[in-house]
Design a protein around this ligand. Structure first.
Ligand SMILES: [Zn+2]
Ligand SMILES: [Zn+2]
Length: 167
């Protein structure tokens, strides 16, 4: 059983068309994505929209400037991707296992700040370049590609929240 890294409640594992995601149902409605699950995520996983909708409608409960959280899997501090533009959500990423944590409030933010495809690509690139030692590891093209795929899927999924909100 995974414990929410933000509010420390038990998270619920849900299967959305073959993609397993942990959701903090009884707490902050944050969503945890495993690296390998993220790679599997594609447009066909419409069922995920339910979890997303809940997360969008749920107001942010934790402090926007909250402290670094520990990875619920590895128990080491996660890296916070923080950017200036309001369009760019602050995702937490564990460089050890590649997992991501999304706060409900962060998804809300995405709804209010729609990203175009070009912006989405730039944001993805920024996330990629942000990883320590990642530029150096570019020769390792296999690693680069899977990380890039996972991030693209995450961004695309998060962008869905715009449509989910019924705008
Ligand atoms: Zn929580
Ligand atoms: Zn981890």
């Amino acid at each position: 059983m995974m414990i929410c890294p933000v509010c420390h409640k038990e998270m619920t594992e849900e299967d959305f068309g073959g993609v397993m995601v942990d959701i903090c149902k009884s707490g902050c409605k944050g969503i945890w994505f495993d690296w390998c699950e993220l790679v599997k995520l594609d447009e066909k996983n419409e069922g995920l929209g339910k979890a997303l909708k809940e997360a969008i409608e749920y107001p942010r409960t934790n402090n926007e400037d909250r402290q670094q959280i520990n990875c619920p899997k590895c128990d080491i501090p996660m890296h916070i991707h923080k950017y200036q533009s309001a369009k760019e959500i602050n995702v937490d990423e564990c460089y050890a296992c590649g997992g991501f944590f999304l706060d409900s409030g962060e998804l809300r933010n995405v709804r209010d700040n729609f990203m175009g495809e070009e912006e989405e690509r730039e944001y993805c690139q920024k996330l990629l370049d942000d990883m320590p030692g990642f530029k150096e590891a570019q020769a390792d093209s296999e690693k680069r590609k899977s990380r890039s795929d996972a991030l693209m899927n995450l961004t695309r999924y998060v962008r869905l929240s715009y449509y989910m909100a019924g705008r």
